[in-house]
Every structure is written in structure tokens, then in C-alpha cells.
Design a protein around this ligand. Structure first.
Ligand SMILES: *[C@@H]1O[C@H](CO)[C@@H](O)[C@H](O)[C@H]1NC(C)=O
Ligand SMILES: *[C@@H]1O[C@H](CO)[C@@H](O)[C@H](O)[C@H]1NC(C)=O
Ligand SMILES: *[C@@H]1O[C@H](CO)[C@@H](O)[C@H](O)[C@H]1NC(C)=O
Ligand SMILES: *[C@@H]1O[C@H](CO)[C@@H](O)[C@H](O)[C@H]1NC(C)=O
Length: 180
């Protein structure tokens, strides 16, 4: 399945070079839910989507890490909606400290490229203090081509080998095909 997606992606990118880019393709953030599992490690102040206009929804996040974390890691699980949210293709974990020294996971690199400019997490370990994402806007062209549908990207953050924070991002992909 994963190989199929890679092949499809390469195919799509080739097609995009053959034909004008399909401007009708959109990614729309639909919900964002955060939960601290350890209030003495992290407090979440803002976890919110905001509509700037009809076509643009941005993500804001503001939290405080009360202790310094020297070994931060995250798991990312992708789900797609089909009679409830079902696991979909991607499930892996990334060692953030290793990653920020030398990016190594293609999917994580893609996400990091999108977030970097909006977040203060764009430095190497350790992490501590304010954790801010301001006005993050995701464009379809920033990502691999997601088939139309509703998705959930579930990110769990680990420090001291324990889950400390969950951030669940729901989004809708529309390839903009077959519309007249
Ligand atoms: C919660 O966070 C504190 C540091 O802020 C840490 O000392 C403690 O081990 C954490 N608790 C758990 C269950 O991970
Ligand atoms: C984040 O939230 C804290 C606590 O509410 C606040 O003091 C701080 O100004 C906020 N930071 C940003 C960048 O909004
Ligand atoms: C992802 O992998 C972990 C560990 O292998 C597993 O516990 C978890 O259930 C998996 N999640 C999904 C959505 O398949
Ligand atoms: C890192 O984040 C800061 C604060 O959000 C921002 O001003 C800066 O441009 C970012 N740096 C990079 C390399 O993206």
C-alpha cells in the first residue's frame, strides 16, 4: 500500500509537469484538539483553528514546557475517514532531537518544512519554555497528493519515555477533480 502511494505520488508529480498544476486542489484544516497528559510538564494555552477568509484557515498553538526536554520524540499516525477513522498508510515515530540535527524521515521532513516558518521549534534540542505556532497555513502543494477525503493526523509527543502531549489535526483533502 505504501509503495503504491509512492508510485502514485511520483506519477502525479510527473503529470503536474505535463499539465498545468491543478489549482482546484485544496487542503482544509477542520479541527485541532490538544491534550496535555502531564500538566507539570506542559500547559496548553491556545489550540485553535482560525478562519482568515473563506479559503484560508490557520492553526495557532501556544504552550509552555515547564521542564527542559533533552529527548523529545513523536509518533505520527494517519487515519482516513471511512465509517469512522481507520489507520491509513502512515504510522511511524521520529526522534525530534536526532531529526533537528539531521533530518532523516521523508514524511517528517515534509511536515517540518511546512511548520518551520510558523513555529519557534525550529532549532535543535533541548526544548523548554514557550512552544508557539502562529498562523500555520497548509497548502495542498506543500504535501504529497492526498486522495480526496477526511483525514486525522494524530501526533503524540514523548519525553521521559512517556506520552506527555497529544495533538490531533483533522483535515479535508479535495483533489478538485471532476468539477465543472
Ligand atoms: C511529568 O513531568 C515532570 C517534569 O515536568 C516529570 O518529572 C515527570 O516524570 C512527568 N511525569 C510522567 C508520568 O512522565
Ligand atoms: C502564550 O500564552 C501565554 C500564557 O497565556 C502568554 O503569556 C503569551 O503571551 C502567549 N504567547 C504568544 C506568542 O501568544
Ligand atoms: C502504530 O504502531 C504502533 C506501534 O507499532 C501501534 O501500537 C499502533 O497501534 C499503530 N497505530 C495504527 C493507527 O496503526
Ligand atoms: C524560526 O522561528 C523564528 C520565530 O518564529 C522565526 O522568526 C525564524 O524565521 C525561524 N527560522 C527559520 C529558519 O525558519
Amino acid at each position: 500500500m505504501r509503495n503504491l502511494w509512492v508510485i502514485l505520488t511520483i506519477f502525479t508529480i510527473c503529470m503536474q509537469h505535463q499539465f498545468p498544476y491543478n489549482n482546484a486542489s485544496t487542503i482544509r484544516l477542520t479541527n485541532f484538539i490538544c491534550q496535555s497528559h502531564n500538566e507539570s510538564w506542559i500547559s496548553v494555552h491556545v489550540c485553535r483553528l482560525k478562519a482568515i477568509n473563506r479559503n484560508k484557515i490557520v492553526l495557532n498553538f501556544n504552550a509552555t514546557m515547564h521542564n527542559t526536554c533533552y529527548e523529545l520524540s513523536t509518533t505520527l499516525q494517519l487515519y482516513k475517514k471511512a465509517n469512522g477513522y481507520k489507520p491509513w498508510l502512515y504510522n511511524s515515530s521520529v526522534d525530534i532531537c536526532k531529526f533537528t540535527r539531521k533530518p532523516y524521515n521523508p514524511f517528517a521532513i515534509m511536515i517540518y518544512k511546512v511548520m518551520r516558518q510558523y513555529s519557534n521549534m525550529n532549532h535543535t534540542c533541548p526544548y523548554g519554555g514557550p512552544l508557539i505556532i502562529t498562523g500555520l497555513h497548509v497548502k495542498y502543494s506543500d504535501l504529497l497528493p492526498f486522495p480526496s477525503g477526511d483525514y486525522l493526523a494524530k501526533l503524540d509527543w514523548y519525553c521521559f519515555k512517556r506520552k506527555q502531549l497529544s495533538t490531533d489535526l483533522y483535515f479535508k483533502s479535495d483533489e478538485g477533480l471532476l468539477k465543472s
